[in-house]
Each structure stands twice: as C-alpha cells, then as structure tokens.
Ligand binder design. Sequence first.
Ligand code: 6PG
Length: 255
Amino acid sequence: MNSVMTTVRSAADIVVAGDAAALAEAAAQRLIDRVSHDGRAAVCLTGGSSPQGLYRLLAEQPWRGKVPWDRVHWFIGDDRFVPQNHPLSNMGAARRVFLDRVGAPPANIHPIATEAQSPEDAAHRYKDELKTFYGAPRLDPARPLFDLVLMGLGSDGHTASLFPHSPALSETQHWALGIAKAGMEPFVPRVTLTFPALAATREMLFLVDNADKRAILRRVLAGEDLPAHHAYSHGALTWLIVRAAAPENEAGELK
Ligand code: 6PG
C-alpha cells in the first residue's frame, strides 16, 4: 500500500496519500476510527467524485465488516434539488454505491427531502430533522452533532453548496439553507448545511483525490478568501489529499 504522511499546518492536518486508492483506504480507516465508539454515531457524507472511492470500499470486505451499520447514521452535507433516483442526487449516489448495497437500516439514512415544495422548505425540514437527532435546538461546541463530516473541494473553491460570493457563506444562525443558484455546474438549485452546522463535528475531513485540484487547493491552503478556506471544525480538521494534487511544500515532504 502507498505511504500516507501527516504534517500539521495551523489548525489543519494535511495528510498526503500516494494515490487515489491509498486515499480511499486512509479515509475508510478514519471513518472506522470515528464511528467505533459505544452508542449512536453520525457521519455527514458529501457529493462529487472525491468520496466515491471511499464509498466503494465501504461496500466491500474488509471495510464493510468493520462498520457498525446498526449504530451509524448517515447524513449529507449538501444535495441537488432533484429526486434521490436522479443521477445528480448526492444521497442517491451514496445509496447506490454503498448504503443500499450493504443494507444499511433505512431509519439510519437521512436524505434531504428533495420532494419538498422548494429548496428552502427542504432546508427547513432538514434542520428540524437534525435538531431532533441532536436533541437540542442549539449546537454546543462541546457536544458535536457529527462524528465525521466529509467535504469536497470544487474547482472554484466551493465546498458543500457554499459557493464563492454567496450570502450563505456568512450564515451564523441557520443550520441549513436553500441555494437557488449554484455557482457552477450542474446548475440546479441545492440545499446545503451551513458552516456552523458542518463545524459541529469531531472531525471534518476534506477529500481531494484528483490532480486537477492542485491549483485551487494551493490557493485554499494559502488562505485565499475562498469558501473551502472558511470551513472550520470544533474538532479536528484534516485535508486528505492525493500526492498529485499536493502543493510543492507538502509533496516535497513525502518520503
Ligand atoms: C456537490 C458537492 C460539492 C463537491 C465539490 C467537489 O453537490 O456538488 O457536494 O461540494 O464536493 O463540487 O466535487 P468533485 O469531487 O466532483 O470535484
């Protein structure tokens, strides 16, 4: 297996994996570590291509046998406002690739209600569902909502459905929002969790598995005013990136 190396930069850990396969394995191990505690666990999934290798692993042994399926609840950080059986649905993709294949208990799968009247209505309903799951109307940083939040990085620096220049970036009260206009393709309305809701986690894990993301990743890690740079976590914040996407100073430290 390829090497995986961790360095620490400000509040974030940067973990460099040799290739996309090593990245998926490292992500699977982190997920197992985060959900392997007594009682209920909660994972917030993401869309896009970068988590797909992880999702495929979770459907196969040995990883499939390591997940306590009865105890883990699966949420989604953002979704496109399309039915779950639509090819653009983020939760639909996660279901097809692993959740339905392994027979995860339906009551443990928490999709955004894209059959609602509008993205705002769906956001409202998801907020209610999250608050019921959490058991309180306000987030306490000492008691995270999620054990693990997965995040992707768009080529414009967006994450979840939090696009550059969107007013949603500065939301501090609401847990979820309807996004009428996506900042990049596919141009369908979205529903997204906000930074404060995503931050309510023991670990936020960004996955970057493609060399095409090298330039935007360098800008985000350099602190440019881009959405992904503004994501934060009350627990750990980790960037798990493939070597081909790593900025020079990170890639250069690989043994
Ligand atoms: C979405 C995603 C989004 C994604 C990035 C990266 O619904 O579009 O959740 O935030 O993570 O666009 O996507 P890729 O991994 O496909 O580049």
